[in-house]
Design a protein around this ligand. Structure first.
Ligand SMILES: C=C(O[C@@H]1C=C(C(=O)O)C=C[C@H]1O)C(=O)O
Length: 92
């Protein structure tokens, strides 16, 4: 069995617990990064608005949407959720 075949094989029941641990770790990392992203985005928005700039910079948001395009419709939803989280109360 080559590495590729092995990668595509179903995990044995014994592997499930280890894979779940990896998912738990990944979710914790994703949550940490999403929270940090929202914090940074809010900081930029507050600084820009304090300087009299706009609340939203559409060309930057289009770039963000493009980054997630490879994930299809879910990528768009994910990118929109990230952008919305960064707006916080500023965007409501
Ligand atoms: C963070 C910024 O402010 C807003 C938030 C963005 C984001 O969360 O990626 C992108 C563009 C802006 O509408 C920015 O201008 O870079």
């Amino acid at each position: 069995m080559d590495a590729q075949t092995h990668d595509k094989a179903e995990p044995a029941a014994d592997d499930i617990e280890a894979l779940r641990e990896e998912i738990d770790w990944l979710d914790a990392e994703i949550l940490r990064l999403v929270k940090r992203r929202a914090e940074v985005s809010k900081k930029i928005g507050a600084a820009r608005m304090a300087a009299g700039g706009p609340r939203i910079v559409y060309n930057r948001e289009i770039d963000v949407l493009a980054r997630y395009r490879e994930l299809g419709p879910e990528g768009r939803q994910l990118a929109m959720a990230l952008l919305n989280l960064g707006r916080g109360r500023l965007g409501r």
